[in-house]
Design a protein around this ligand. Structure first.
Ligand code: ZN
Length: 240
């Protein structure tokens, strides 16, 4: 079976569509949270996900958009976008997000948005941050989002090894415990503005990273029309 893995779509419909087109047929789509927040098309992204055979977990921006988390913890632009999203969500979208769990297991993976020990909050940005999290899941691998940066941590005999996988990079799931982030679909932050995602093949047990161009200006126009902060519009050009 072939699985598509997305994280941090952030209501960027043009990026989400480009990713789905690029990945081709998958047996299921796995979404690691933050489907909404920042971007201009939250309801459309939720509907597009719901048309797929999929699993999805809650991210911190999803929680903020439905009142499960206080936006006082957000920076001012993120808080503005969260309030805009809350006001824009349909009842159907709201109910969908309210029904999502913050952690799921689909062998060989555990899914959480931030980290297994703190699903809504922790950013796994370093080997030191990754290390204690290897004790917090029982599956061979854990998939995370939240940082919007593709990363692979493996627990070797010598300790935790981290690296930033580029497009086409891959890892076999099984030999060593893994924490992996596919990168962000809707607001990449690794200096590459292209949408990021990953694919998993359960026959070969290979997880692989991908990148795809999308019409960034289309999303930026939609954000402008919606009155979203200029800084959030500009950052899409640069991928930070
Ligand atoms: Zn995010």
């Amino acid at each position: 079976m072939r699985y598509g893995i997305v994280a941090d779509v952030h209501a960027n419909l043009a990026a989400f569509e480009a990713v789905l087109n690029d990945m081709g047929h998958v047996d299921a789509l796995w979404c690691l949270g933050d489907l909404v927040g920042y971007g201009p098309d939250p309801n459309e992204c939720i509907e597009l996900l719901r048309r797929q055979n999929h699993l999805c977990i809650l991210g911190n921006h999803d929680m903020a958009a439905v009142g499960l988390l206080d936006t006082e913890e957000f920076n001012p632009h993120a808080a503005f976008a969260a309030d805009w999203t809350a006001a824009t969500l349909t009842e159907r979208s709201r109910n969908y997000l309210l029904g999502l769990p913050d952690r799921l297991v689909a062998e060989p993976f555990t899914f959480v948005h931030g980290s297994p020990r703190s699903p809504a909050w922790e950013y796994i940005t370093s080997e030191d941050r990754a290390a204690p999290n290897f004790q917090q899941f029982d599956t061979p691998a854990c998939l995370v989002g939240h940082t919007h940066v593709p990363v692979l941590f493996t627990l070797e005999d010598s300790g935790v090894q981290g690296r930033v996988p580029g497009p086409g990079d891959r890892v076999e799931i099984g030999p060593h415990p893994v924490i992996a982030n596919p990168g962000g679909v809707g607001q990449p932050r690794d200096g590459d503005p292209r949408a990021a995602y990953a694919l998993y093949d359960s026959d070969t047990r290979i997880l692989g990273w991908q990148r795809v161009d999308y019409p960034i200006q289309l999303t930026q126009q939609r954000m402008k029309q919606s009155g979203l902060p200029q800084r959030l519009i500009d950052r899409l050009t640069f991928g930070w």
